[in-house]
Design a protein around this ligand. Structure first.
Ligand code: PMP
Length: 402
């Protein structure tokens, strides 16, 4: 006898997008308490997709480009992606080394399904984008965390020696994400090189998620594709969601050597057939919109500065200025100690009392985040000022109630 609730047994360890939970709480608060909601929880640019991309999608639809494409994506787009990466990173990627996917998340999913056997260990930083560990667990793999280090002055950094010490006989993969969600860290070129070296020297697969690579405010972004022998160790993931403000369109891609991409194509054909046809046509045009992208990044840099300048005034909160992505990850440990709350209850109270949505750091997913909150600055400047002012009131109430 089988119950409808006899799920894949690994499913009991897998959680969904807990970031959405906080929005749900906010919706209830808005309805019942009539408090205005300010959402710092969102993980997406707030600008409309650029006009040229929208026009290209409409044109493709009108021309009847509405049928299945190749599982690898259309050649024109694979070629564009390769050209872009080659111009930007000198990578020598061939079109056959690219597969287009319905988003970066499905791209990551393909990578994990292709490689992870039960018992395989995957090293990833704590904190990390939550979905890596969930999918690894679903497949019976074991996430092994290496802690990022934090100081208010220096922000977050990766301790490469600690990462190396986590390698065991069962280590199959290292997951690296630069610029980093949730901390907004741009890792130094030197650290990127060291991680590449570890992966190459130990013959461990490096899965590099560089989806925020255009959101860089200071410093140099070193891509893992810059090492000319990348084919020997690298699976590279990127996407259109963030750079071109195309989250709802669902489009991403993987770069790896040809044999690996062939296998990805087999998985893609079995799971979703192909990415959406007219979205791919639109994405070809996305590469002509870097003027718009650069304007957006300039705007985000200004917003980051505003949020940082306002947050450093809040007593009880310590924050470092992130160099990339669009997240700030302030340490709220003082306020937690004073209030006796854990970070989840703190985030919920902040919604219930002030209408401010943030994401408690422990969503990402383990220990380090227990003292941090993630705030997205992909919202307009006025909203940032108003929201941080309310956080300040909230913190002051806590400090005064000691
Ligand atoms: N990787 C990281 C680090 C992300 O932050 C996100 C989106 N929040 C993704 C991948 C998934 O992006 P997509 O919309 O392309 O699935």
């Amino acid at each position: 006898m089988v119950s409808l609730l006899d799920f894949n047994e690994n499913m009991s360890q897998v959680t969904g997008e807990t970031t959405l939970l906080y929005k749900e709480i906010a919706r209830n608060v808005e309805k019942t308490k009539k408090i205005k909601i300010i959402d710092f929880g969102i993980g997406q640019p707030d600008l409309p997709t650029f006009k040229r991309i929208r026009d290209a999608a409409k044109e493709a639809l009108d021309q009847g480009f509405t049928f299945y494409t190749s599982a690898f994506g259309i050649d024109e787009l694979r070629e564009k992606i390769a050209q872009y990466l080659n111009t930007r990173y000198g990578a020598d990627v061939k079109k056959e080394e690219v597969i287009v996917t319905p988003g970066a998340k499905p791209a990551l999913f393909l990578v994990f399904i292709l490689y992870i056997n039960p018992g395989d260990e995957v090293i990833l930083p704590d904190p990390s984008f939550y979905s890596y560990a969930e999918v690894v667990k679903l497949l019976g793999g074991k996430p092994i965390y290496t802690n990022l280090k934090w100081s208010r002055e220096e922000g977050f950094s990766i301790d490469v020696d600690e990462l190396q010490s986590k390698i065991s006989k069962r280590t199959k993969m290292i997951v690296f994400n630069n610029p980093h969600n949730p901390t907004g860290t741009l890792f130094s070129p030197n650290d990127v090189k060291k991680i590449v070296d570890i992966s190459r020297d130990n013959k461990i697969i490096l899965l590099s998620d560089e989806i925020y690579d255009n959101f860089v405010y200071e410093g140099k972004m070193r891509s893992t594709l810059e090492d000319s022998d990348w084919r020997d160790f690298l699976i590279y993931v990127n996407g259109f969601s963030k750079t071109f403000s195309m989250t709802g369109w669902r489009l991403g891609y993987i770069v790896a050597k040809r044999e690996i991409i062939q296998k990805m194509g087999v998985l893609a054909a079995n799971i979703y057939t192909a990415p959406t046809s007219f979205v791919q046509k639109a994405a070809v045009k996305a590469f002509d919109t870097f003027d718009e992208v650069n304007e957006m990044v300039k705007l985000f840099k200004k917003r980051r500065d505003v949020m940082y300048d306002e947050l450093i005034k809040v007593k009880g909160i310590e924050v470092s200025k992130p160099n990339g992505a669009f997240y700030m990850f302030p340490n709220v440990s003082k306020l937690l100690k004073i209030s006796g709350l854990d970070v989840k209850s703190f985030a919920i109270k902040l919604i219930e009392e002030k209408g401010i949505v943030t994401i408690p750091g422990e969503v990402f997913p383990l220990n380090i985040g227990k003292e941090f909150l993630r705030l997205s600055f992909a919202v307009n400047e006025e909203v940032i000022r108003e929201g941080v002012q309310k956080i300040r009131e909230f913190a002051e109430q806590m400090m005064n109630s000691r």
